[in-house]
Design a binder for this molecule. Structure first.
Ligand code: GCU
Length: 469
């Protein structure tokens, strides 16, 4: 048989198998990773599935297993989410936001600012949301398109922008932040702007229908003579665990997976919002001292994180942020710490947060969300939620209200009024007289029906400065 195959073909086959078989190549000739880095070429980003990255963090933390989260879909499940106020843990004790680690209590605005606030920031950084690297790459904003149209009856200018993040230290990852800014064409001076984390295709998802139709939030803002901007969160950081070795987090880590106290997606999104504010500081149509942040659901969480950390943001509209946002971690109602620590959501948080879903519990958390609200002080913050009948209880309206109540002493210390009551108000009651505001609207999982009330609240802070002439 072999005799029938031409000699040339056999020679060719032998050479082919030598070349094609990696074992036939001497080790030092292989394009190995060491070789690559020796040549100064960066290693490609580590590819991990979400499950594998979640497991990797558990291993780093020495955790075998996490407790199961609450089941929000099946009321008959043994771990069904609690939606019954009478079954909430009665012994809920919150850490005192004014109590220093030394055991002393801060009694002055100065001590809050220089001593207590940094302590809280350190706890939130290390255990909850993760640390932003000390140095992050610079962002170069470029207007890629300018168009004129009308919003309602008002002529507006819309700028499309791309913020290119300097990736010269690791060119294998590109991050281009996407932002649009719309302001009234005929504005006489720089206008206030509300920046929204755009939800893109998301929405609804079993949380009931949105509220009644009326002017859109954009129409409402433009009618007031203000502007709006939308940032695309996924252009900053992907919304999943597998994406953590890419995006801004992956770029800063040169494609390596996170350490247990590295930032998660919420802080990454907040970082992107801060970069948008850097741009507003250079755009003459915007008054950078009157820029607010708004977001719904996971982006409601990102919005309160933005407001808490970046003191340049003047106001926040925090819609249905729930667990990981304004909801008290320690309250057994709706979504729990265990849900956010699970593989579907852990990427929002620091790796260390996983510890509190086993072996530790929410009582071991050094902080709770009333202290996140307190980090926004003295700036105005509006906590928004939908109706329990329509939106469902997953978000825990009362848990967010109580976080607002718990932040009260800090606002008062800084000379602002608090919520004015510790009693959960009936639906559609606007508590907007102090700097902490709360309203439960009658719609579903949307900020929609609360926009008019938020704007009424914001008016007090964003009124046109008195003219000097
Ligand atoms: C899930 C998640 C919430 C989150 C919401 C969303 O329901 O459990 O924490 O807020 O998704 O962002 O849509």
């Amino acid at each position: 048989m072999l005799n029938t195959v031409p000699r040339e073909t056999i020679r060719w086959l032998v050479w082919f198998s030598i070349l094609a078989c990696p074992f036939a190549i001497p080790a030092e000739d292989k394009p190995s990773e060491t070789k690559q880095s020796e040549r100064g070429e960066p290693k490609p980003p580590v590819e991990l599935t979400t499950q594998a990255d979640h497991k990797r963090l558990l291993d780093l933390l020495g955790i075998k297993e996490l407790r199961r989260g609450a089941n929000g879909n099946d009321p008959k499940a043994p771990n069904a989410a609690n939606y019954d106020e009478s079954k909430v843990n009665p012994d809920l004790k919150l850490p005192d936001p004014l109590l220093l680690k030394s055991g002393d209590k801060v009694t002055t605005a100065e001590a809050w600012k220089t001593r207590r606030r940094p302590e809280l920031i350190e706890d939130f950084d290390r255990e909850i949301y993760g640390r932003v690297p000390k140095v992050t790459p610079s962002v170069k904003w470029k207007v890629t398109e300018t168009s004129e149209q009308k919003v309602g009856d008002t002529p507006v200018v819309t700028k499309k922008l791309v913020g290119h993040v300097d990736n010269s230290a690791y060119p294998l990852i590109t991050v281009d932040l996407q932002l649009t800014l719309t302001t009234p064409t005929d504005a006489k001076r720089p206008v206030p702007v509300i920046l929204e984390f755009g939800f893109g295709g998301f929405g609804g998802r079993g949380f009931g229908p949105p509220g009644p139709r009326g002017p859109t939030w954009q129409e409402q803002l433009i009618a007031k003579g203000w502007g709006y901007a939308i940032i695309v969160p996924n252009s900053i950081q992907a919304d999943n665990g597998a994406g953590l070795t890419r995006g801004i987090i992956g770029l800063c880590n040169q494609g390596q997976p996170r350490k247990v106290d590295d930032w998660g997606a919420l802080r990454a999104w907040a970082w992107g919002a801060s970069r948008a504010l850097d741009y507003f500081e250079t755009d003459k149509s915007v008054d950078p001292k009157r820029v607010g942040i708004e977001g719904l659901s996971r982006y409601g969480k990102a919005a309160i994180v933005t407001l808490a950390y970046d003191e340049r943001f003047a106001i926040g509209f925090i819609a249905s942020s729930g667990e990981g946002g304004a909801k008290l971690h320690r309250r057994n109602f709706g979504e729990l710490v265990e849900n956010v620590a699970s593989s579907g959501e852990y990427h929002w948080m620091a790796g260390n947060f996983l510890k509190y879903a086993g072996p530790l519990t929410w009582d071991d958390l050094p902080v709770d969300s009333h202290e996140l609200v307190a980090l926004c002080a003295p700036r105005p913050v509006f906590i928004s939620v939908g109706s329990q009948q329509v939106e469902g209880g997953w978000i825990d309206a009362k848990g967010m209200f109580l976080a607002g109540v718990g932040a009260g002493p800090v606002y008062k210390l800084l000379g602002q009024s608090d919520l004015g009551t510790a009693e959960f108000p009936p639906q559609e009651t606007a508590l907007i007289d102090g700097a902490i505001a709360f309203r439960q609207h009658n719609g579903g999982h949307t900020a929609g029906p609360n926009w008019p009330t938020f704007l009424q609240f914001a008016d007090r802070y964003f009124q046109e400065p008195a003219r000097k002439d």
